[in-house]
Design a protein around this ligand. Structure first.
Ligand code: CTP
Length: 213
């Protein structure tokens, strides 16, 4: 299979020295990329900035902003049979980029943010992608219901959901405990390393690919 994976955080610049980002380490996406290569798939990894080593034998596309990740995905999804959106894409970016460093003036500073494009949400509608579509959902409450909402809104075959309010798993951890949410069922996976989970998730994606014919 030809698999596209997005991973890591994005960085949205405010001025030449500052940016908005989030706590994503990229570990889950990179583990999926390594597992994909291990299973003999052709993997394109579109990644925001991380401290991780690039897995061997992946086609690596480095990006910084949500817009750059959107543009790269638009190109590489065309040849993909499965697309896994593990990136923690910024939902908002600064409305303006200040060409010069923002100087401190008043006691408070208000930033105006504007929505970024939903890359996963564009896969079916804008990119015309018909392959296996997998999203991730990081939630602090109503895990299953929120994940199912995303699955339906974004036209996914599977959403991998995790509860980020639990300490020691998820963001920046080597471990995770996820709930697999399908259109017709849910399947909890026990706490495990991200490497093991990546192997399981890829097996499930292969099944979905076979069923799609
Ligand atoms: N995602 C994306 N592009 C964005 C935002 C999110 O591709 N601009 C993808 C993530 O990679 C992940 C899923 O969408 O697979 C997570 O969705 P999320 O941002 O949590 O979904 P929303 O429906 O925007 O939910 P929320 O209201 O919780 O922000």
């Amino acid at each position: 299979m030809n698999i596209l994976i997005t991973a890591g955080p994005t960085r949205e610049a405010l001025d030449p020295v500052r940016y908005l980002t989030n706590r994503s380490s990229g570990k889950m996406g990179y583990a999926l990329a390594s597992a994909g290569v291990h299973f003999g798939h052709r993997v394109t990894l579109i990644s925001g900035p991380t401290n991780l080593d690039v897995p061997i034998n992946v086609d690596y596309v480095q990006v910084e902003t949500a817009q750059e990740m959107f543009e790269a995905t638009r190109v590489y999804i065309q040849k993909a049979e499965a697309a896994i959106f593990a990136a923690a894409v910024a939902d908002y970016r600064p409305a303006l980029f200040a060409e010069e460093k923002i100087k401190k003036t008043g006691e408070t500073l208000t930033l105006e943010l504007v929505r970024t494009t939903d890359i996963l949400g564009s896969a079916r509608s804008t990119f015309g992608f018909e392959g296996v579509l997998v999203g991730f959902a990081a939630e602090t409450e109503n895990l299953e219901a929120n994940a199912r909402g995303k699955l339906e809104r974004k036209g996914c075959d599977l959403v991998v959901a995790n509860d980020v309010s639990q300490s020691g798993i998820g963001f920046d951890s080597d471990h995770n405990e996820v709930l697999l949410v399908y259109p017709d069922r849910v399947e909890p996976l026990p706490l495990d390393t991200k490497d093991h989970l990546a192997h399981f998730i890829l097996e499930f994606i292969k099944d979905l690919h076979i069923r799609k014919g």
